[in-house]
Design a binder for this molecule. Sequence first.
Ligand SMILES: Cc1ncc(COP(=O)(O)O)c(C=O)c1O
Length: 395
Amino acid sequence: MKIAARMARLGTESAFEVLARANALAARGVDVINLGIGQPDFPTPGNIVEAGRKALADGHHGYTPANGIPALREAVAADILERRGVEVDPERIVVVPGGKVTMFFAMLMFGEPGVEIMYPDPGFPIYRSAIAFSGATPMPIALHEEDGFSFRADEVLARITSRTRLIIVNSPANPTGGVVPKVELDRLVAGLERHPHVAILSDEIYARMVYDGEAHASLMAYEEIRDRLILLDGWSKTYAMTGWRIGYGVWPEGLAETATRLAINDHSCVNAATQYAAIEALTGPQDASARMIAAFDERRRVIVEALGALPGFRCARPKGAFYAFPNIEGTGFDARALQDRLLAEAGVAVIAGTSFGDAGEGYLRFSYAASTEAIAEAARRIGQWLEREAMPSIA
Ligand SMILES: Cc1ncc(COP(=O)(O)O)c(C=O)c1O
């Protein structure tokens, strides 16, 4: 068999590989604490599950419009108005099976050989994978630990060329928990006025998980770029719905139709019952989601303190999402070796920073979607392991 050459350019998400290895160890009876996978450890709130169940009982078993049922797109528009203060025509919203799909569609629309797409490094691994798959050249945007893992707008703007088609922004971010300060977004948007050929994909899937009393700064709020902005958001993280597979994109005028055509070619529509559950998520009581996010905030304090106390670790305090991204250079291990050995020898699953790009060397990603007891125990195990194994320089 001969398959298309582009398949060799498709990357992957190592969090799923580490999860498989952690599960295999657990199946052999090894006690593994999993801080690897990026999904809430809470169940979907009961009212949402009930809405999905009711939709099935009520006979919602058929195809829906490919871009999503109108009541759902209206609920999304109302949510965007409430949380981002922007009025959006529901016709520009395309509901898809997960946040990832808007990302992939954007790469299919903008990427082709000869063009450049900029993406955050370290960043969600699917950005680079999907850019390369499209044939476009992936251009990493450096994020800086000393800036709370933000980009510097001046650096981003300086790297734009006539070949740049799209810039991906992700705030709050996976894997760093970093939040781009509003002033940096202001600078980026102001600079983009000089580059009207560049579109922006703003991945705001962690928009509700911003801590320390700060408000989420959305790129949607900038009128100047609204005609070339794609907003990516969804339900997976906010409502603990990763397995339901639903997300949405808000597309610039004209591109929603293209995204809908991609949906028709790819998956027809999102599972109907899931769409009804998603309406309940947005319009029903928000207290379960709020409690979950408050729990993440509490765990964030616990994990930053616990990791910061480990020899050779330095842990910035993340402002968003549910990840900590400590610098581990002081341990003398590279990220991949530490990931593998902590899983095999300490029973703690975490992800090497290099899984998120070359700039992730020297870091590990910890997902704190786990109980405070599990986090404390993981830190204790890592501390013991480091005492035994780490280089003499830090002993
Ligand atoms: C930054 C970022 N964007 C998008 C997604 C995709 O979310 P979904 O599960 O809804 O496809 C994730 C999931 O981990 C993510 O971390």
